[in-house]
Write a protein of this length. Sequence first.
Length: 360
Amino acid sequence: MDFIIGLPKSEDNGSIIVVVDRFSKYATFIAAPIDCTAEETARLFLKHVVKYWGLPKFIISDRDPRFTGKFWTKLFKLMGSELHFSTSFHPQTDGQTERVNALLELYLRHFVSANQKDWAKLLDIAQFSYNLQRSEATNKSPFELATGQQPLTPHTLTIGYTGRSPAAFKFAKGWHEQADIARSYLDKAAKKMKKWADKKRRHTEYKVRDMVLVKLLPQQFKSLRSVHKGLVRRYEGPFPILGKVGKVSYRVELPSRLKIHPVFHASYLKPYHEDKDDPSRGLSKRATTAVVTSYDKEVEHIIADRIIRRRGVSPATEYLVKWKGLPESEASWEPANALWQFQEQIERFRAENTTRTSAA
């Protein structure tokens, strides 16, 4: 389950919820508002997926705050579905799901860019066309694997038409033409994906206690903000492998100073080889104080601030944060230095606060 965002507005919608059955690869495309809340996402999921197929045993998604917040997690715990989340810096949980998600996103972006503001109206055709395509591996379509049969298509209906209603013929013909266009974009996306798959390298396999270096993003570190990215150390470690998670991800034993999720896709790891002449070579020498908290969530706006005073410690500012996609009841107090990614929202809060004070 995933969101495709950044789309042109169409019928008050600006994103697509993509739900894919892991076995059949049957996909459901749901038009959603630009700022779709967890409650609205759940309502759309129940309406477009659960109503037809029942509740899934597992729901696999990325760490979007809508999926990790209290409402979503409590709701599906009560309903009996298990929630599984993808790994740090890598939204896919395995190679097969990775390929389907990437194909769908390519396909939908091709489709949306062609139809611009009408895409929400035509999303049903896009879904229908995708689920008709037969897999080279199984020679079965998602429709066949999910329902046991290939459905009758608008193309068949149009060819067999013998009635006298021009409106009916026009409607069926229009559907047929749009379905053909959708299939052509699906073919385009599939060709791009094949090219990508052919270039893909096989990942290194690791065993428990193997020592690895972990690739971290530069924005995780305060000390890197003024450093040219070409001079940034690309890997941290070495750290021991604790175990395998899924097919291509690993749980790594990280020091407490690294406040990030400890499961990494294999593409973010590389083997550590000790230099016998210089055992310290390759070890991370970054100061521990340089590491800062990085949030999976996005700040919508700052509600309030406060000064925390403790004996023997300099006063520290904290902000009450309203997280995007979560209700205000789940707002939380966060230290100012941990919100370095969200300076724009902090400056906006300060400006608004100053304006109110001046007006008073």
